[in-house]
Design a protein around this ligand. Sequence first.
Ligand SMILES: [Zn+2]
Ligand SMILES: [Zn+2]
Length: 457
Amino acid sequence: MNNPFVIQDLNCRKDIGANCLLIQVGPFRLVVDSGMDPKHLGNDSLPNFSLLGDQPIDFIILTHSHLDHIGTLPILSKKAPKAPILVSIPTSLLAPLMLNNSYSVMCRQKKEKEIPEYPLFTKADVLALEKRFFTLNFGQSYTLAKEGHSAKITMYPAGHVLGAVSVLIEYEGRQLFITGDILFSDQNSLRGAQIPQLDHLDVLMLETTRGSTERTALRRNEEKRLLSIIRKTIERGGACLIPAFALGRIQELLVLMYNAKRSHQLPNCPIFCSGLGMSLINTFDEMGKKLRSVNFSRHILKQLNIKQLRRSKIDPHTTRLKRPAIYLLSSGMLAEHTPAYNIAACLLGDSDNSICFVGHCDPTTPGGQLLQNRNAETFTFEESHFTAPIKASIEHFDLSGHADRNDLYQFAVLQHPKAVVLTHGDPDARQWFADQFAKNASGLKVLDPEVGVPYNL
Ligand SMILES: [Zn+2]
Ligand SMILES: [Zn+2]
């Protein structure tokens, strides 16, 4: 039997965007992920669902609960009303929280940005989804059966973020493996990916997020550098803002700070937190009790003396923030209308303070703009109508939840696939992998698929 897999990228753009992949394998039609493109608004942020056609979908599989992978699931699920949704146990708990938060953001943006189609779904839609979740343990397989054929699906822990999985699809002796977003090295709060050596891999679908980034420092060294900046800031009486993604990054930084406190590497000062990151804490705590791969317990909040930051009334024109203090706040890219955005505005004009970015900042976001212009004289927070001189120290740390390109390349080569499909990356990131494979693994088929085009593999 030749080429049993047909894959079709339903993302509208060839970038990280709204992840959604249609896979046909024998008589089965599967959709992996249903993301929302964070760089676009309204209907522009959806995958191209029209490419699904009229044929029924047998199964939806989610790799993890970041919105670029699940943000449009309530919409897809209505187009595939009978398809069970295969997820890991942590994802079954996190996805509804993430989607309900997304609903609230869309309701706000409907007025602020005048987007009539918002919200794209309701809380009742999210509730309906939960009944359709079919949970699998890591390493556990599920067999689909139809028309005398069967396909087996197995999920393996992918590191990256709580609940993230890589997916192996086996059909009549053929194997297709999807890395999803993946990190091989351990984080403080989560073990790295645990992927077995596959014996006859036909197709490897490889995420390429960091293909255009050369790692310049080890994760452990970056953590030490961050702790050192925090210490220096607090010692001179300043405030340190760490804007971080709500899902995964906030919890990872809490564990990092807790470990530092136990070894006297973190000075005593109030730590303020707020936002979605804190709403997810209970799930991290619950999974910390159940899964050996998760190192998180809510008791560290008490040990760190975490205080909830009251969301309202932070206005850079009038607010005087408590100092010295650490502000660990959701919105890794300083999105407008978040406490992180307003607190950055409050802190920027004083050289005692520091702003520490710990993840990727898209250049179009306020965080990305601030990083790009950190050597300028002033910076304007447009949404607050506030311009400040750039005096605080602005730092960027490489603490990504994605594997770096050399680790991913090594992984791909060692799995000996017959074909590699490049996904989840900007064009230059994909190109780095294409060049590496062409140079060092000639004979390996490498596909950088065009969006919307079906490929037989
Ligand atoms: Zn992710
Ligand atoms: Zn992603």
